[in-house]
Write a protein that binds this ligand. Sequence first.
Ligand code: COA
Length: 149
Amino acid sequence: MKFIINRLSIKELVDLKRFHVKCFCSYIISDISFVNYFTMPQYIVMAAIDVRGVILGYAICSALFDEIDIIFLGVALENRCCGIASQILNKIVNSMPALKRIYLEVDINNIGAMTFYRKKGFEIIRIRKMYANGRDAYEMMKKIYDIDL
Ligand SMILES: CC(C)(COP(=O)(O)OP(=O)(O)OC[C@H]1O[C@@H](n2cnc3c(N)ncnc32)[C@H](O)[C@@H]1OP(=O)(O)O)[C@@H](O)C(=O)NCCC(=O)NCCS
């Protein structure tokens, strides 16, 4: 499958919002948050886009000094396990040469995402209570020693 990974601009807001709902059907984001992701300098919005211009996967991160927080990382159901999320992560890491740590939170029932993140070298650092819908989440972290995610 051919695709490129690029930062998105606010012109793609509507497409990304639609895609987000497809990946995270139960996690609604307000319009204002979406606008903030595109307009505030600490956020990185990166997506894999195919030759037709269709979004296949995306990540929204918040970057501060040598750390980033992954806020969302999602790939369309029909395109999963093809390496798209791995490549998006690689692109983000490569775009931040001084990066030392990546953090994220994942619902403790999200076994698929947990498996993915463990394969990418993330470790659980603590449990966060009442993360979403009353459920707990694992906070995970990966130290970056080199650019090989
Ligand atoms: C988690 C998610 C982003 C992974 O995306 P992906 O593009 O399928 O991941 P990749 O293809 O890069 O997978 C990398 C490795 O993780 C493994 N993996 C990915 N998803 C997996 C799953 N659900 N179960 C088991 N292994 C999985 C792949 O098999 C691959 O292993 P390999 O390196 O041994 O071949 C995707 O499943 C998704 O969008 N889930 C719904 C949204 C979500 O829960 N996001 C995470 C919370 S922010």
